[in-house]
Design a protein around this ligand. Structure first.
Ligand SMILES: [Zn+2]
Length: 362
């Protein structure tokens, strides 16, 4: 447990604070409503990072039906300040998340649950962190992290539930927890965590599952492996990008052009002395009617990546569309809210232009 030794914290101040090993670290600090964000002075935080990290806390709490807990601490550290194991990119100690990345939101899921006194069990603890940050903060990617090929079943999650963190399959744990959160009231998952405690004993896991869900773990694991149909009752868990501002349509096309710039309050990311991390920015749009649409991307760099996906969907559907720059794709979209996530290098300022318009059948 790390205690901040500073009594009064003000925006943008550099101050001394306690670290895990008792050394004094000199860090830049930003105090948000929910998160105290600190960073090594050698690192330049993109302007939108603080708010992106801060608002993640009420998002997760809201998705789980929890009250927002205490202030969380997030530290983006350079290698000389970093005290987690060097093989991993982030770790937590109590409500203190530390990472080599400007916004590894995964770690905040751990601190939020810790601050509300939820016990940590490796498979389910890592699973829920993955479920709310499937792209590890800055990546583009797929939501459900394991895939069924044809009639093949997914891997059995049960043998992994008794393993320690080092031996886990994080993608499998994340996908199984997404499956549970999509199919059942999230409150049942929280009841399950409390019933389970920190146990890795299969009998206790099965008993806690039965007590929380009124179901057999074996039956849910089998349904996960064989797959279930996607219905409106199995949308979820929510996606943080879907809380982003909406860009409206103009006439019968949707278009959006702007600049990815680390100095913009809409862009999360960061630059260090030796490298730049990915920056991201997300917006939302309303698809007016189910049908085929052409999504086109233009930019002055091919180093921009763009992903479009539905906000209401089953995580195993993987209906997100990744479009290269420059490029375009025709995809069938369901009516409803979608997100667009833009990824670029944080040390470049890039113009981009997107459009979405109804298309003929491909
Ligand atoms: Zn984790």
């Amino acid at each position: 447990m790390i205690a901040c030794r500073v009594c009064a914290i003000m925006f943008g101040l550099t101050f001394l604070t306690g670290s895990a090993c008792g050394m004094e670290l000199e860090l830049d600090a930003w105090q948000g409503e929910h998160v105290l964000y600190e960073s090594s002075p050698s690192l330049q935080v993109c302007q939108g990072t603080h708010a992106w990290v801060d608002k993640f806390v009420p998002f997760v709490a809201g998705e789980l039906g929890l009250d927002v807990g205490r202030i969380q601490h997030y530290r983006w550290l350079d290698e000389s300040d970093y005290t987690c194991s060097p093989e991993i990119i982030g770790c937590t100690s109590g409500i203190q998340a530390s990472s080599l990345r400007p916004f590894l939101l995964h770690e905040l899921v751990h601190t939020i649950l810790y601050s509300l006194d939820f016990p940590y069990q490796p498979f389910f603890g890592e699973g829920i962190a993955f479920a709310f940050d499937p792209w590890y903060g800055e990546n583009l990617g797929i939501r459900y992290l394991v895939h069924k090929k044809g009639a093949e079943k997914l891997a059995d999650p049960r043998p992994y539930m008794t393993l320690g963190r080092q031996d886990l399959s994080y993608p499998l744990a994340g996908s199984f927890v997404m499956f549970l959160l999509a199919r059942h009231d999230p409150a049942k998952f929280l009841t399950f965590l409390r019933e389970l405690g920190t146990s890795r004993d299969m009998n206790i896991i099965e008993g806690a599952f039965r007590a929380a869900y009124g179901l057999e773990l074996d039956d849910e694991a089998e349904s996960f492996m064989t797959g279930v149909p996607c219905t409106e009752q199995s949308f979820g868990p929510g996606l943080y990008d879907c809380t982003s501002p909406e860009v409206p349509w103009t006439g019968d096309a949707w278009s959006f052009h702007d600049v990815m710039d680390c100095a913009s309050e809409t862009v999360a990311g960061g630059v260090g002395p030796e490298r730049a991390w990915s920056s991201i920015r997300s917006v939302t749009l309303e698809v007016p009617a189910t049908g085929f649409y052409q999504f086109s991307v233009k930019s002055d760099s091919n180093r921009i990546g763009v992903m479009l996906g539905p906000c209401s969907s089953c995580p195993w559907e993987n209906s997100d569309v990744v479009v290269p720059s420059p490029g375009s794709k025709i995809a069938e979209l369901e009516a409803g809210t979608h997100f667009v996530r833009i990824q670029a290098p944080s040390d470049e300022t890039l113009n981009f232009e997107f459009s979405l318009r109804p298309a003929a059948l491909p």
